[in-house]
Write a protein that binds this ligand. Sequence first.
Ligand code: ADP
Ligand code: ADP
Length: 226
Amino acid sequence: TAALQLTAVTKTYKSGTSALKGIDLCVQPGDFFALLGPNGAGKSTSIGIVSSLVKKTSGRVSIFGHDLDTDTDEAKRHLGVVPQEFNFGQFEKVIDIVATQAGYYGIPAKRAYAQAEKYLEQLGLWEKRDQQARLLSGGMKRRLMVARALVHEPRLLILDEPTAGVDIELRRSMWDYLTRLNRQGTTIILTTHYLEEAESLCRNIAILDHGEVVENTDMRSLLAKL
Ligand code: ADP
Ligand code: ADP
């Protein structure tokens, strides 16, 4: 079974914008996959649909064989998502944000905090664990969101523009971290509008443009064509 399968997915926003015009995508377990495309192509909409934040107009989505509409809890259990935008509450502490997320998956508090500590440490946020999240730098917020997405140890991690607006040093360390995670078996999908990012990290790639998949191939073949 595919880690992620989209079948004929469409999205028309209330404004009338047809953001996805029937896309098919299949990402195999263990893959490191890039969804590339210019601004407005439909990348965030696709991720929004997979993470249940955006309601699709039609089509089907399944995660490790579990249909997102009919087998929702099981599908979500296998998925972690790092959104592009995030707002933290006034006084929310770093550790609580990660542990609370674990709670959503039914992980009991003690284990939730242990898991939260594990991922904050991996992402270099151990010393920040008792600070207010909204006071962290942009790069630290981004790493916090990665910890939050991983706390229930999903088999599929999806990141929306993981290095947009972050400095070169964090970009490198984020790339290294994701590469290690993928080697340990986590399937990773990221969106980006930088070909360079996709090139450095990903084995397979789909290019979206105006809500359609215009290319779906392995990185090497794509680069040979350019
Ligand atoms: P990308 O992530 O590739 O930049 P998006 O999925 O954000 O693309 O956007 C795809 C299209 O859908 C764009 O034309 C965008 O303006 C439109 N769009 C995105 N979100 C909304 C929304 N909430 N309401 C109406 N139109 C939207
Ligand atoms: P571009 O405009 O080329 O897509 P930007 O770096 O300007 O790239 O930002 C892309 C998106 O990422 C924007 O929607 C912005 O709000 C968001 N973003 C940028 N920096 C941060 C950050 N430090 N934390 C959270 N979101 C960010």
